[in-house]
Write a protein that binds this ligand. Sequence first.
Ligand SMILES: Nc1ncnc2c1ncn2[C@@H]1O[C@H](COP(=O)(O)OP(=O)(O)O)[C@@H](O)[C@H]1O
Ligand SMILES: O=C(CO)[C@@H](O)[C@H](O)COP(=O)(O)O
Length: 475
Amino acid sequence: MWVKALDMVLEKMKASGFDFSQVLALSGAGQAWLCLQQQHGSVYWKAGASLALRDLSPDRSLYQQLQMCFSISDCPVWMDSSSTAQCHQLEAAVGGARVLSQLTGSRAYERFTGNQIAKVYQENPEAYSQTERISLVSSFAASLFLGSYSPIDYSDGSGMNLLQIQDKVWSQACLLACAPNLEEKLGPPVLPCSVLGNISSYYVQRYGFSPECPLVTFTGDNPASLAGMRLDEGDIAVSLGTSDTLFLWLQEPTPALEGHIFCNPVDPRHYMALLCFKNGSLMREKIRDESASGSWREFSKALQSTEMGNGGNLGFYFDVMEITPEMSGRHRFNAENQEVAAFPGDVEIRALIEGQFMAKRIHAESLGYQVMPKTKILATGGASHNADILQVLADVFGASVYITDTASSACVGSAYRAFHGLAGGVDMPFSEVVKSAPKARLAATPNPGAAQVYQALLPRYAKLEQRILSQKQSL
Ligand SMILES: Nc1ncnc2c1ncn2[C@@H]1O[C@H](COP(=O)(O)OP(=O)(O)O)[C@@H](O)[C@H]1O
Ligand SMILES: O=C(CO)[C@@H](O)[C@H](O)COP(=O)(O)O
């Protein structure tokens, strides 16, 4: 599906008259042609696939030539949470969750690729042994353009529970705990702004790319978004896509039992922190369909017609098992902290959006993050088109929200990273590369009185979250 989608996008661009010879350099974010921007997903290349990649004939589509090249046809993606047993095994093998987090930046998470690979190996050892190379979605996409296997970059590689984030090498203990001969199937990891080589002659002959067009390492959607949003210290980026993610630029790694530390995608000396909330846009869409007749306009009207603080009503909406924190189901509480079965439609909508943003603030603060007077929130992703959602974000955080002209920060970040690679990579500071890029635009400022309302609500939300979690544990 992914290979065919790339064929389709390139064919459409060609049909529209796009001049491929003008492309100076190419990078990407495990994404682009399918709205499939993600981290953690893995692709399994069958023995012999490297030859098919190398010898692509420009007369035929990629799909025609590559469809037999994979040992696993349904690739695990980030939404998979079925590898709990492998997570326990990995933590036990390295000496516990805290040790794993110190080493790789995260305790074991089901979607992290090492645990997914371990599951593939345990459940389908034959397919695993037929695999000559395992790519992340990002390095897979780069491989298609390169005509040979692309290495995994440090930043996307940090989402695997396999990379030692300080030393930037695969952890032998983690590799061993996941599957045999894994190091040779992954290849050595590389700097995020490395030039991998020039584009494969397939694209030169079939689409008219320049034979000198270099490929700069692809990375995950969140690292690419960090590049696209050009964060300053103290700023926080909130991506409101399929998942909601929150990320910060860090000078020093501070791994904990919640959240993730990744190698920074544009500065090899630094890091980024990331929190991922699985119940993002899909949950908002469900509540929109149930309580706002499927219309974002009606959804916005409900936010406009309800007060900040929602009359004390609070809600937790996790139709799929949440990642931060591990919790599922819908839980609604009235102003007296009594659990109730339902809310009127407009109260439901505000409870969802306030709850989602309170969770983000509480979990970011538990990682040591503090809202400061100069804090900017940079919003991106599909829901950042919605001004009323951004207003609630500004109110809950007590900080101004900014957006860039495009909500597709992962795509823009990939273009900046391509330019960074072209301009010399680590020898040139990333801030130089983006210095003439357009500034972010102010989209929402906190309403008067917001700070008092949410100072009271945030501790209530945190206590109710704890209550639900302890009820779950006692079951
Ligand atoms: N006006 C809107 N209000 C709220 N959400 C929106 C609006 N427009 C689009 N979205 C949401 O944006 C989501 C897609 O976000 P996007 O960042 O493109 O996804 P991904 O994270 O998969 O790349 C859709 O699922 C949709 O629910
Ligand atoms: O798992 C994570 C981050 O750790 C997700 O953020 C994925 O990277 C995909 O996100 P969407 O772009 O589909 O929301």
